[in-house]
Ligand binder design. Sequence first.
Ligand SMILES: Nc1ncnc2c1ncn2[C@@H]1O[C@H](COP(=O)(O)OP(=O)(O)OP(=O)(O)O)[C@@H](O)[C@H]1O
Length: 352
Amino acid sequence: MKSAGITISGLTVGYGGPPVLDQVSLQVRPGGTTAVLGPSGSGKTTLLRALAGFVRPARGRIEVDGKVLTGGQVLVAPERRGIGYVRQDGALFPHLDVTGNILFGLPRVERRRADQVGPLLELVGLSPSLARRRPDELSGGQQQRVALARALAREPAVVLLDEPFSSLDTALRAATREATLNALTARGATTVLVTHDQAEALSFADQVAVILDGRLAQIGSPAEVYDAPATPEVGRVLGDTMLLAGRADSRVVNCVLGTLDLAEPATGEVLVMIRPEQLVLGNPSGPAARVMSVAYHGPEAMVRLGLPDATTRLVARVPGHHAPQPGDTVHLTVPAQVRSFPKKHPHTSPDS
Ligand SMILES: Nc1ncnc2c1ncn2[C@@H]1O[C@H](COP(=O)(O)OP(=O)(O)OP(=O)(O)O)[C@@H](O)[C@H]1O
């Protein structure tokens, strides 16, 4: 399969009302994997639908491998785009077995080649012995992998995945995600994954696009968007954040947690963004806080903390076996460099 790059320019889509995607422009490199992350209703599925050719954009252009699929008068039909689409529910045909599902819709000549089913199943991490099972004889994760094998059977240059793992439990989800990524990489497919799940986006993709209210708020590597979000809102989409009022002076900022180092210089009134894992408990040089509650999750615990000012509430993520007890007094430090944003509104509570 040939890898193909995707270029989306000024894409605006509405369903008769105000645009649900507004002037979105982004690129996916050939063979690259981009995760699209954003709150519910932000327009993620609409972006995939526009790529697949299921909706006609009001404006904008979509090119795959340098060929215009959408733009001006051009609207290439979905089946002629060379794009595979795997939906959240897998959408297998219940009356067809695995082989029938994978070969469905292929040209008649290729459909006779049932021998391609075994290698495809292996590619997505399934045993070829499942080839004659029907969907109701498969687990959710197996069904998702069959759906992926069906998409790959057409050898699409681009594969779109719309929350394909969200109905699976944690262990199955990780295994299916890995099998999917391996299969896509082996085929050199260019992939766009829509997800709500921050960890999934950060671990699956080489590029993360954050969509807020129909607009592309930021695009970059997983580390860029997580560590250096363009706005507090992007920061929040990527994970839990706390915003503290502070006064910046070049590379440092003074806030209720003391003097912290800034990753980027700033001056004046700012909001300091702190992630729960940046708060370190135990160093007596830091301000004291009282443990309000502890949510134990096994490998980690989320510790809710109150500062003596009685208004600042913080959350620290600590290793599960290091969790303090409610009522304990702990000391807080932030050894990491932190990010700041120009101050727009006062906000001193954790928003997680
Ligand atoms: N067929 C449609 N007709 C009218 N409005 C629609 C249609 N499909 C989606 N919308 C609206 O467009 C907006 C974006 O929807 P979209 O499904 O793209 O969001 P999303 O980010 O994928 O959401 P979710 O994460 O909940 O699936 C929403 O406000 C939604 O109500």
